[in-house]
Design a protein around this ligand. Structure first.
Ligand code: SAM
Length: 227
C-alpha cells in the first residue's frame, strides 16, 4: 500500500527507524557500492532516511519524491544533522531527466528497473524478498525482479537481508491508529485485531508499546547502462 505522508505517518516512520536502527543498519549493506561515488540519486526517497546515512560517503545526493511533505521532513533532518550535500527534487521520477553514478530505489519502482538502469552506472534496488503472510501467492517483487534480470541477461548481485522494522507507539490508542492507517478496510478487521494482540508492552519513554515486524528484503546491485 503506498504511503500517504502526513504528520502521523512521518512521525511513525521516523520513530520506527530511530528505535530499530533499520535505515542505519540497511545503509551498511549499501556503503561499499556508494563509497566515493560522485552522484547518488535516491528515487522515491520518502523521508530520505537511507540517504541521510549515505550522504557523507558521496559528493552529492539528489533525493526525488512526489511528496512535498516527505521532502520537507528530509530537508529539516539534513539541516539538523549539518548535511549540506543533499538536494531535494519534487516530481514523478519517471518523468524527470535524472542521471547518476549510483541510483537507489528502495521500496520503489522495482517493476520499472529498465528505465532506471539506462540512467545510471549501478542501480541499488531494495525490495520485498518474502512476505510475513501467505496472502501474496503470485511471488514477491524480488522474485519477479530476479526473473526479469535473468531473462534480459543483465548482471546483478543480490543479498537476502532481514532487519527489524517494527513500530514503537506512544500508547495503545496510537497503535490502533497506526494499524488502522496501514490496514484499512472492513475486510481486514480480524487482521487488525490480530495485530493489536501482538503488541508488546515496553517502558521506553515516550513509548509504551511496540508492534514487532521484520522486513525480509532483496538488496540488488544491478549493472546500469550509463558509461
Ligand atoms: C514505500 S516509500 C519508500 C521510501 C524510501 N525509499 C524508503 O525506503 O524508506 C515509496 C515512496 O515513493 C514515493 N513515490 C511514489 N510514486 C512516485 C513517483 N512516481 N516518483 C517519485 N516518488 C514517488 C512515495 O511518495 C513514497 O515516499
Amino acid at each position: 500500500m503506498p504511503i500517504s505522508w502526513h504528520d502521523d505517518t512521518i512521525r511513525w516512520f521516523r520513530d520506527s527507524s530511530a528505535f530499530t536502527g533499520y535505515h542505519r543498519l540497511l545503509s551498511y549493506y549499501l556503503r561499499p557500492v556508494v563509497q566515493g561515488q560522485p552522484i547518488l540519486t535516491d528515487i522515491g526517497c520518502g523521508l530520505g532516511l537511507i540517504s541521510l546515512e549515505l550522504a557523507p560517503l558521496v559528493e552529492h545526493v539528489t533525493c526525488v519524491d512526489v511528496s512535498e511533505k516527505a521532502l520537507a521532513s528530509l530537508a529539516e533532518d539534513a539541516d539538523d544533522k549539518g548535511i549540506s550535500n543533499i538536494t531535494t527534487l519534487r516530481g514523478d521520477a519517471s518523468q524527470l531527466d535524472l542521471t547518476a553514478d549510483v541510483m537507489l530505489a528502495s521500496y520503489f519502482g522495482a517493476s520499472q528497473v529498465g528505465q532506471w538502469l539506462e540512467r545510471c552506472r549501478r542501480l541499488i534496488c531494495v525490495t520485498t524478498w518474502a512476505h510475513a503472510t501467505h496472502e501474496h501467492r503470485k511471488g514477491t517483487d524480488a522474485e519477479r525482479l530476479r526473473s526479469r534480470l535473468d531473462e534480459a541477461g543483465i548482471r546483478y548481485q543480490v543479498e537476502h537481508v532481514t532487519l527489524e522494522f517494527g513500530q514503537p507507539c506512544i500508547d495503545r490508542r496510537d497503535a490502533a491508529r497506526y494499524i488502522a492507517e496501514y490496514h484499512p478496510g472492513d475486510g481486514t478487521a480480524q487482521r487488525r485485531a490480530n495485530l493489536l494482540a501482538r503488541l508488546v508492552d515496553i517502558d521506553e519513554p515516550p513509548f509504551t508499546c511496540y508492534l514487532p515486524k521484520q522486513r525480509s528484503m532483496g538488496v540488488f546491485v544491478i549493472e546500469g547502462g550509463r558509461r
